[in-house]
Design a binder for this molecule. Structure first.
Ligand code: FCB
Length: 448
């Protein structure tokens, strides 16, 4: 595999999944603290109270990032640290991210910052959360102080991570916080999340006149039909609409997909939450497009299901999440995005895998994770040969961490965490990734 000299290698995390320090320096609870505390939502009622204790160990973690040799590190900002209460800015919370970004820069590592990675403050939730259109203003207050305080030290901004999860998984499927199961709420939540994205882009480029690149990260999963039958094609179309097009179309085409609006109208009685001008704002041009890729979907027709599809059997090899390992389908996805949606530079802002790691004599021989990462890096390299213009890759994740509803049961890190001692132990995949990066750097030096 081969990458050009400007290609960036990175690794990614998010605030609630690693920081811990849940009640320090003024932080108040987020919807995830509440969700973790609710019976039956998160594996063994695990929570992020301590997580990887990154809030206290960030210097040690930066040393690991440095040792990996990555160019860039993606992390997110915990909103309830910055606004512990409505309208109440907390500089003590912001101080942590300043220290973090500055230390990264001192080490020559570019901070790539996600503004929202799902930890909505409880005060916002109590006023309706993302379902309330005012959430757009609350988010903009949050984005504004992030830009004011951090724009100088941040290399790129990501407004939102995976609106599908924050919106559909949280408000329709109920598997993520806040755990609601109402499509009416979910389409509103998604709309306000996307609108807040567009407005934040306008704010940074307009009022702040900043040249820091800004974009959004979507999780996309190419969907395949079990058979060629007309019914399975309907299933495929609807599943693609629910997972991908409901987000891609507004962001890149300034419209929601009409077929999906019709399908959703069984539950969504009015789309009056879409105000004049909203879709123009949502489709405001960004500087890059972030994609989180993990797997593909395969579906078949199901008359009994709401949207006429259900998951179909797949004989693919799977990760520890039970997700199909699908680097070829990843290629299909990128080609489709180029053909149908966008010319913007693409960054793979997350890719990685959970497996059942075993710590033996101080080592974790995670050949399965090495293979997974290797296949996807190879795919990125192949795609770039086709001219697909992927400019960077962020491995999810730096550390084993709080994997949402799976708690600490699923390990995505390339660095193993002993959650009792907080010891960090490099898995074989970390050595592998460091090696890929150092070989790349040597190759570039030789070319120069
Ligand atoms: C993505 C999330 C990230 C992590 C990975 C495994 O959906 O953005 O926080 O949980 O999945």
């Amino acid at each position: 595999m081969q990458f050009n000299k400007d290609f960036v290698f990175g690794t990614a995390t998010s605030s609630y999944q690693i920081e811990g320090a849940h009640a320090e320096d003024g932080r108040t609870p987020s919807i995830w603290d509440m969700f973790c505390d609710t019976d039956g939502k998160v594996f063994e009622k695990h929570n992020g109270d301590v997580a990887c204790d990154h809030y206290h160990r960030y210097e040690e973690d930066i040393a690991h990032i440095k040792k990996l040799g990555v160019d860039t590190y993606r992390f997110s900002i915990a909103w309830p640290r910055i606004f512990p209460a409505k309208g109440e800015y907390n500089p003590a919370g912001m101080a942590f991210y300043k220290k973090l970004a500055l230390r990264l820069r001192e080490e020559g590592i570019k901070p790539a910052v996600t503004i929202y990675h799902w930890d909505l403050p409880m005060w916002a939730h109590e006023e309706g959360g993302w379902v309330n259109r005012e959430s757009v203003d609350w988010f903009l207050d949050f984005a504004r102080v992030c830009f004011e305080e951090l724009d100088e030290v941040v290399d790129s901004w990501i407004t939102h991570n995976e609106p599908w999860c924050a919106g559909f998984l949280g408000y329709h499927l109920g598997q993520h916080a806040p755990g609601h199961t109402d499509l009416n709420e979910a389409v509103r939540a998604v709309h306000h999340i996307l609108l807040s994205h567009g407005k934040a882009v306008e704010l940074l480029k307009g009022e702040f006149a900043s040249s820091t690149p800004i974009g959004i990260t979507l999780n996309l999963s190419p969907v395949y039909a079990k058979t060629d039958s007309a019914n399975d094609q309907i299933a495929r179309n609807n599943s693609d609409g629910y997972s991908n097009r409901w987000f891609l179309d507004p962001v890149f085409k300034g419209q929601y997909p009409v077929d999906m609006m019709n399908l959703f109208s069984k539950y969504v009685h009015s789309f009056d939450f879409i105000h004049a001008g909203d879709l123009e704002t949502i489709s405001t041009k960004c500087d890059f497009f972030g994609i989180n890729f993990y797997s593909r979907g395969i579906v078949e027709f199901s008359a009994a299901s709401d949207f006429l599809y259900k998951g179909a059997y797949s004989d693919y090899d799977k990760t520890g999440m039970g997700w199909d390992i699908a680097p070829n389908e990843f290629k299909d996805l990128i080609r489709r995005l180029r053909a149908e949606y966008t010319d913007l530079p693409i960054y793979i802002t997350e890719n990685g895998a959970a497996f059942d790691d075993v710590l033996e004599d101080g080592r974790v021989h995670d050949q399965n994770r090495i293979d997974y990462v290797n296949m996807h890096l190879q795919a990125v390299s192949d795609l770039n040969e086709e001219g697909m213009n992927i400019q960077g890759y962020y491995l999810w994740s730096l550390l084993d961490n709080f994997e949402w509803s799976f708690g600490y049961d699923k390990r995505f890190g390339i660095i193993y965490i002993d959650f009792d001692s907080q010891e960090r132990i490099w898995k074989d995949s970390a050595y592998f990734y460091a090696d890929v990066i150092s070989k790349h750097k040597k190759a570039i030096e030789q070319q120069a």
